[in-house]
Design a binder for this molecule. Structure first.
Ligand code: NAD
Length: 277
């Protein structure tokens, strides 16, 4: 029996347990995937360190780490993958050979999902709306895939500036910038990635005026609940190639499951399952 789980706050509705357990089962691996919701104990983010220590002692294969714990666990791990270290964020911990190693499958999940869902999409100039945790992972993915330039926009402008500076330091001068109007930025962009919470059930609506979505633009959504956000629906109706947020969610889970089990998940099967959850 392989043991794994998710650590975070407010994770009751997470789709990770059924997604991981069902795919593991189909790969012939008996996996039990638990939820460790710090809210259940009224504990702060820092308590994730206790869960990591307990899971390691109990023989867990690994853990997924989500909001608000992706940074606080860094100090409690023995090793970090190069990308997790660069992003200073861990969403997957693997216990093996007596060590706890931190990985980040958010960025690679976005990148693999992007390649699978929008094959051949031009990456010369991309606008990223939202500079939070998801936006940082997406930007790392875009630039790793070879994007020429990523323009970061956020209502919190200092946050966008900080992300653009970090990206420039990591990927080189001229690869990222922040600020400007969304209208100007989109006019000659190849693509838009949306990484704010707008469009979630609790924050319905469009994050930008529909008229800015021109048909030469591809649009990648990061919000996955609902899968068909207003942005996805409107962008498709306006003739844009569209990628929904389920791709990133499924591919980050598939990569974590591979790290936990050594098996190779079937991402198409996981996507079909995800859409039914
Ligand atoms: P976050 O709170 O860290 O960051 C969100 C950012 O969006 C903030 O900087 C905020 O200032 C900005 N913002 C909010 N409204 C805006 C607007 N109208 N215009 C411009 N900027 C705006 O959140 P996060 O963790 O980055 O998550 C963002 C979304 O991504 C959530 O809906 C989350 O569920 C989703 N997400 C999806 C995946 C996936 O696998 N598909 C993974 C992680 C997060």
């Amino acid at each position: 029996m392989v043991l794994a789980g998710l650590v975070g706050s407010g994770i009751g509705p997470s789709l990770s347990p059924p997604l991981h357990e069902a795919e593991a089962g189909r790969l012939g691996v008996r996996l039990a995937y638990g939820r460790f919701d710090l809210d259940d104990w009224g504990l702060p983010a820092g308590a994730a360190a206790e869960v990591v220590a307990a899971a390691r002692a109990a023989g867990y294969a690994g853990l997924n780490i989500t909001h608000p714990c992706k940074q606080v666990v860094l100090a409690h791990l023995d090793e970090l993958s190069a990308d997790a270290a660069a992003l200073a964020a861990v969403n997957t911990v693997v216990f093996a050979g007596g060590t706890a190693a931190g990985h980040n499958t958010d960025w690679s999940g976005f990148a693999r999902g992007f390649e699978a869902g929008l094959p051949g999409a031009p990456l010369g100039s991309v606008v990223l709306l939202g500079a939070g945790g998801a936006g940082a992972a997406v930007a790392h993915g875009l630039l790793t895939l070879g994007a020429g330039h990523v323009r970061v926009l956020d209502l919190d402008h200092p946050r966008a500036e900080a992300l653009a500076s970090a990206l420039t330091a990591r990927f080189g001068e001229g690869r990222a910038s922040a600020g400007g109007s969304v209208a100007t930025a989109l006019a000659d962009a190849d693509g838009l990635v949306h990484a704010t919470p707008v469009g979630m059930a609790a924050h319905p609506g469009l994050p930008l005026p529909a008229a800015l979505l021109h048909p030469r633009l591809w649009v990648a959504e990061v919000v996955y609940r609902p899968l068909e956000t207003e942005l996805v629906r409107v962008a498709r109706a306006r003739g844009c190639r569209v990628l929904d947020g389920g791709r990133m969610a499924v591919f980050q889970a598939a990569e974590a499951l591979a790290l936990f089990t050594g098996a190779v998940p079937d991402t198409d099967r996981m996507r079909r399952h995800f859409a039914r959850l």
